[in-house]
Design a protein around this ligand. Structure first.
Ligand code: 3H9
Length: 677
């Protein structure tokens, strides 16, 4: 090994058993020096005549959690992973993997070339490569069907969900469970019992199981996998294992892996893997900033948002006091929470006693003073600055010192809300997305005076309740809704020029969004933000709202809906649009799908560039995280800012200029440098 090589793999001996130990924090990823260390120490153990069996285990919190993703796309260094694995599999002495934490991806592939696997009950084993737009490229798709059968291999590779060790034992993936605190010793003892049996190379075992599962998985997941390449490539490799000799199957797997690895989908998905983790980091804030204790949460408003927000905390065992103005609204809100939990329990997500436990730590009240002992109070009433200021002024006199006062506003000025209090340092925005108990995004809005520890606490509590939290600055609509606005405006303009709602929506759905702008309006409510005067008709939206076309909730909006909420194009809407178009003197013309992309998606990139320049997002990848987790932007396109790089910022600028948009200077800069964000 060269002098600067980290000492990430070591070799110990316990009598006649050699123990190869990986120590590469934080997750024992298979970095080049780990591969080198494995090759060297396995060779040494095999050459040592006093060694009769070998155990592979890891120090730290986990077994090997996969290939080192940060090495992907870089010049190769160190020994080839497949060659290292082949040499372990062909070892002439039995090799036992001792698994704790997670054996994921290349980690499980390493365990699969070991002849036996021992795991602690809390361990998890899986091949999550599909979530990175990849497939297990080191023999996983060929060895798994030989160990767990085609059905389990196809399911594990295409869905990517890890399997708990006890289940893995039932599946034959784990040979024995070890004591939670005695893995090292148990694995050595197990290895000794296998000396007489000798090695059991996985490649020599026969593939078993029914290949019909592959078509069944495709049918069952057609919606979830729409647009994704990797699930299908994983299945193709497992299918290949059923008909090709091992080495040919391996070559097929390599070819498919390489295609995915150098394709844009995996690049996008790997970008999001790191972006999501990066989003948790607050620029300029020391890592050791002390957090405030959040033991009890208050929520003001028991409507859809307030109820959904409360559920997040209850599920984590954090007591919530929920406040409403009227008993009826309070009862309704609490009833909806219970109904949601019971529906989840019916699907097996919770046990009935868990539902009762969660409801047991919810305190409904009509008295806002009951929030006095809460550490975090989230206001979730309707969007009106005066109302919000009144509530925050009240909170100022009620809340205990140090309590964080958060508004769930989706666009209002958090700094102005903070002026209603004598403690603006404790005020921030916590913008949840609807349905708040389901959607993973949380925009944490940092006010001008928000204290660093209040911000850090809000980010940490977001993570605790399972959200992906992103810091946003104060501006109209923060990151997500601010970028939504130019998209919606242009979508309406396109209607006036001859496009139909269904054409525009289809372009967005084909792009990979879960729904288009008009489907989204119908879901959210066409009447949101409407002035409520049916005689004042200044826009297509006013005309729709005046006719009771409020969206799905009234059975009609931009589309007509049947009782199952299936949409069909509406003749009435077509007439309204035509009427407006004629009055606007706009000529009707054919609008191409490409123009819809250029005028609805490119302006979002432009707005994103402005957001970055104004410092309202910490980094471009945070914007991507917002759009992936808040609006369902297809993860295989990596979010709008990453996608801008794929699309070509120069192409985007040229199109925006052609359509008469004012181009953000930062976007122009990127285009001139021919770079992405
Ligand atoms: C693969 O194996 C391909 C093979 O088939 C081979 C083909 C030839 N690499 O998530 P956390 C970093 S593909 C590099 O916050 P947790 C992560 O960025 C891989 N870095 O911790 C973070 O860094 P930072 C298949 C990695 O406890 C830190 O570790 N494997 C990797 O919540 C802590 O991460 C996977 O897809 C990596 N592989 O969760 C598993 N993994 O502190 C991916 C993590 O600087 N990893 N980091 O922000 C995971 O799912 C979770 O990290 C894990 C731990 C469950 C392991």
């Amino acid at each position: 090994m060269s002098e600067e090589t980290p000492n990430s793999v070591t070799l110990e001996k316990d009598g006649n058993v050699a123990v190869v130990i990986v120590n590469n924090p934080p997750v024992n990823a298979l970095s080049w020096h780990v591969r080198e260390g494995l090759a060297n120490h396995f060779a040494a153990a095999l050459a040592d005549d006093s060694v009769e069996a070998i155990v592979l285990r890891c120090d730290g919190s986990t077994f090997i959690a996969g290939a080192d993703i940060s090495e992907f796309g870089k010049a190769p260094r160190g020994p080839d992973f497949n060659a290292v694995l082949n040499s372990i599999e062909q070892a002439t002495k039995p090799v036992v993997a001792a698994i704790h934490g997670t054996a994921l991806g290349g980690g499980l592939e390493t365990a699969l070339v070991c002849h036996y696997r021992v795991a602690v009950p809390s361990a998890k084993l899986g091949v999550p490569e599909v979530k990175l737009g990849l497939l297990p490229g080191a023999g996983g798709t060929q060895r798994l069907p030989r160990v767990v059968g085609v059905e389990a291999a196809a399911t594990m590779t295409s869905l990517g969900d890890p399997v708990p060790a006890p289940k893995a034992k039932d599946m034959g993936l784990v040979d024995a469970l070890a004591g939670e605190d005695s893995l090292a010793a148990d694995a050595i003892a197990f290895a000794r019992t296998k000396i007489a049996d000798g090695p059991r190379p996985t490649r020599e075992r026969a593939v078993f199981g029914d290949v019909a599962i592959i078509e069944q998985l495709k049918t069952a997941n057609a919606k979830r996998w729409r647009g994704f390449d990797a699930p299908y490539a994983n299945l193709a490799c497992v299918e290949a294992a059923t008909r090709l000799p091992f080495d040919e199957g391996l070559a097929f797997e390599r070819q498919e892996f390489t295609k995915l690895m150098f394709g844009s989908q995996s690049a996008a998905q790997r970008h999001i893997f790191f972006a999501e983790r990066q989003a948790a980091k607050i620029d300029g804030l020391p890592k050791d900033t002390a957090l405030r204790d959040v033991k009890k949460v208050g929520v003001i408003g028991a409507g859809t948002m307030g109820g959904g927000i409360s559920m997040n905390f209850l599920q984590k065992g954090i007591p919530v006091t929920i406040v409403e103005m009227q008993q009826e609204a309070l009862d309704r809100g609490v009833g909806v929470i219970r109904k949601n939990y019971e529906a989840s329990a019916a699907k097996g997500r919770f046990k009935p006693e868990q539902v009762e436990a969660m409801m047991g730590i919810l305190t409904p009240t009509l008295n806002i003073e009951d929030l006095a002992d809460c550490d975090l109070i989230i206001e979730a009433v309707y969007e009106n600055m005066d109302v919000k200021k009144e509530i925050f002024a009240k909170l100022d006199s009620i809340a205990k010192p140090g309590a964080i006062l958060a508004s769930n506003t989706s666009y209002l000025d958090v700094d102005e809300i903070a002026t209603a209090t004598s403690r603006p340092g404790d005020v921030l925005g916590m913008h949840f997305f609807s349905p708040a108990n389901v959607m993973k995004l949380l925009e944490v809005v940092r006010g001008e005076k928000t204290a660093p520890d209040a911000l850090a606490t809000a980010m940490a509590i977001g993570k605790k309740i399972g959200k992906v939290a992103v810091v946003a600055g104060v501006c109209d609509g923060f990151i997500g809704n601010r970028m939504l606005k130019p998209r919606q405006v242009e979508a309406m303009n396109l209607l006036m020029e001859g496009a139909t709602p269904q054409q525009i929506d289809k372009v967005h759905v084909d792009f990979g969004m879960p729904m288009g702008p008009f489907q989204m309006s119908d879901l959210a409510g066409v009447d949101i933000g409407w002035h409520r005067d049916p005689t004042r008709i200044e826009s297509i939206r006013d005309a729709l709202a005046a006719k009771g076309r409020w969206g799905q909730k009234t059975g009609k909006g931009f589309y007509d809906y049947d009782e199952k909420r299936n949409p069909t194009p509406s003749a009435e809407v077509a007439e309204i649009i035509e009427d407006f178009r004629q009055h606007s003197n706009k000529a009707k013309r054919e609008i191409s799908d490409q123009e819809i992309i250029e005028r609805t998606l490119y302006p979002m990139v432009n707005e994103g560039a402005l957001i970055l320049t104004e410092g309202k997002a910490q980094r471009a990848s945070d914007i991507d995280v917002v759009w992936i987790y808040g609006y369902g932007w297809p993860v295989y396109r990596g979010g709008p800012m990453f996608w801008a790089g794929l699309e070509g910022t120069d192409k985007i600028v040229a199109a925006l200029e052609k359509h008469g948009f004012a181009v953000a200077p930062l976007l122009k800069e990127k285009a001139e440098a021919k770079s992405g964000f």
